[in-house]
Design a protein around this ligand. Structure first.
Ligand SMILES: NC(=O)c1ccc[n+]([C@@H]2O[C@H](COP(=O)([O-])OP(=O)(O)OC[C@H]3O[C@@H](n4cnc5c(N)ncnc54)[C@H](OP(=O)(O)O)[C@@H]3O)[C@@H](O)[C@H]2O)c1
Length: 250
């Protein structure tokens, strides 16, 4: 993928992995539009990365996804890249959920943000992307797509679903000008799931430098460290990783 001269809609770009990607895409000479729910975070990101364009939106809501894509296409007709990066991570025990509909709504949001939004945004933008000379959709999954973390059961399942969807979409679009790529992060030190939960993990700049270099070199699916080995692993590797990871965390 050529990283320069693109016009990129990067969801959840105000923090963590998204912000690190936004910085690198700007440095490479692309226009970058980010979105998220927190206006203060979006403004902070804009101060940190001059030239970023920001849109406040909640991607859990289908109507907001539709409004966002309409506005972005109207404001940036050259839009040619969608990066589905926004995500949340809930940790809970399924047996504790009970009949409380508010508790279920919290879990349903995780499915809507992590899984529904990438599909819906892709569908909303494909008619536009297909008219561009070079277009790319990049989905951000996780090493947990391949070996789940039991403490985050819906999260892990949404990421497995994103990985599966990405493969299908790549196949469906094989004869078009739209490339479909996947970033498979390992644990990265961001505020995902809440501050402090990922301080043990890979520094975000180290991760982003490697990912961006490999995407620029033309790879379609890129991991780093443990997520690189598990995405390429055998069933025995996956079972061993599952056992090790869940013994450590449960
Ligand atoms: N960090 C890791 O260890 C790790 C590992 C594997 C995969 N990933 C994936 O990497 C991606 C980025 O996560 P991160 O680690 O960088 O965490 P992060 O810093 O929490 O970033 C997530 C971003 O998504 C945005 N977002 C969440 N819900 C949204 C919604 N409803 N509408 C619009 N934006 C929303 C957040 O902004 P607002 O809260 O302001 O909306 C935030 O900027 C996620 O897909 C995550 O699953 C992360």
């Amino acid at each position: 993928m050529n990283l320069s001269n693109n016009t990129v809609l990067l969801t959840g770009g105000a923090s963590g992995i998204g912000l690190a990607l936004a910085q690198r895409l700007r440095q490479a000479g692309s226009e970058v539009i980010i979105c998220g729910r927190r206006a203060d975070k979006l403004r902070e990101a804009q101060q940190q990365v001059p030239g970023l364009h920001i849109y406040e939106t909640d991607l859990a809501e289908p109507i907001e996804r539709a409004a966002l894509t309409r506005r972005v296409v109207a404001d940036f007709p050259a839009l040619n890249v969608l990066i589905n990066n926004a995500g949340i991570q809930n940790r809970f025990q399924v047996a504790d959920l009970g009949p409380d509909l508010a508790a279920w709504e919290t879990q349903r949001q995780e499915i809507a943000i992590n899984f529904e939004a990438p599909i819906h945004l892709s569908a909303l933008l494909l008619p536009h992307l297909r008219q561009q000379a070079n277009a790319t959709i990049i989905n951000v999954s996780s090493g947990l797509a391949f070996a789940p973390m039991a403490a985050a059961p819906i999260y892990s399942a949404t990421k497995a679903a994103v990985h599966s969807f990405t493969m299908s979409l790549r196949q469906q679009l094989a004869d078009t000008g739209v490339q479909v790529l996947e970033i498979v992060p390992p644990g990265v030190n961001t505020d995902l799931g809440g501050p402090g939960l990922h301080t043990w993990a890979v520094p975000v700049d180290e991760f982003a430098d490697s990912i961006v270099a490999r995407l620029a070199a033309g790879e379609e699916e890129v991991g780093y460290g443990t997520s690189e080995s598990i995405r390429l692993g055998s069933r025995a590797d996956i079972d061993a990783r599952f056992k090790q990871m869940n013994a450590r965390r449960d």
